[in-house]
Design a protein around this ligand. Structure first.
Ligand code: FES
Length: 208
């Protein structure tokens, strides 16, 4: 939230609460993904960079693919025009999101091997450059969980240095994530991107 919004919350708390309530209720008949894509378009239209980064990640967290996000920007061409779409794409490229990698967008989804499971320790593992991704793998007695190392807030990269006792803490603004699931604990409406995984021939395979 910007300093200006925080200020208004302090001096006009009731009016601002009504405003946020209006925003929430006005999208109540839309699914999460549609709502998130509309928010992305509004941030691009206003060219608010921090908001665009945040809502882009939110859209991805509720299931919007890179292709869907680019389609949404193109569909909004009558209002955005090419200059704002280019502005958004430049930020996207700066964010180095693997989902928007050209090679990946031209490839179909597939299973990727993270190597033999006996090399993965119990608890949290951090694997660098797995076919272009840095991933966390959480192992317990029953299962493996694989999730991304990019903070859903504004795309800061997390690593084992972000671990604080029972959670990962993003160094940029302090969002905290469960080591076990990648679920955001504070604030609680987000999560690190999760990937499906399976074991085959003692190898851990991950789908993206
Ligand atoms: S980038 Fe803001 S909390 Fe991670």
């Amino acid at each position: 939230m910007s300093d200006a919004m925080k200020y208004l919350m302090q001096i006009r708390g009731e009016a601002m609460a009504d405003y946020f309530s209006f925003l929430k209720k006005s999208g109540s008949h839309l699914d999460d993904k549609t709502r998130a894509l509309i928010s992305v378009i509004t941030k691009v239209d206003k060219q608010t960079e921090a908001g665009f980064r945040q809502y882009l990640k939110r859209a991805m967290n509720v299931g919007a693919s890179a292709d869907e996000i680019i389609d949404a920007l193109f569909l909004a061409f009558p209002t955005l025009r090419l200059s704002k779409i280019i502005w958004a794409i430049e930020i996207l490229l700066e964010m180095e999101l693997p989902e928007f990698d050209v090679k990946r967008l031209n490839q179909s989804l597939d299973w990727h091997s993270l190597g033999p499971i006996e090399e993965l320790e119990s608890g949290l593992n951090y694997l660098e450059n797995c076919d272009g991704k840095n991933l966390f793998v959480y192992r317990n007695e029953k299962q493996f969980r694989v999730y991304d190392s990019v903070c859903p807030h504004q795309s800061t990269r997390l690593s084992l240095q972000s671990v604080a006792t029972d959670r990962l803490i993003c160094p940029s603004h302090g969002w905290a994530f469960s080591l076990e699931t990648g679920q955001c604990l504070n604030p609680d409406k987000s999560h690190l991107n999760n990937y499906d995984c399976k074991i085959e021939d003692s190898q851990l395979l991950v789908f993206w």
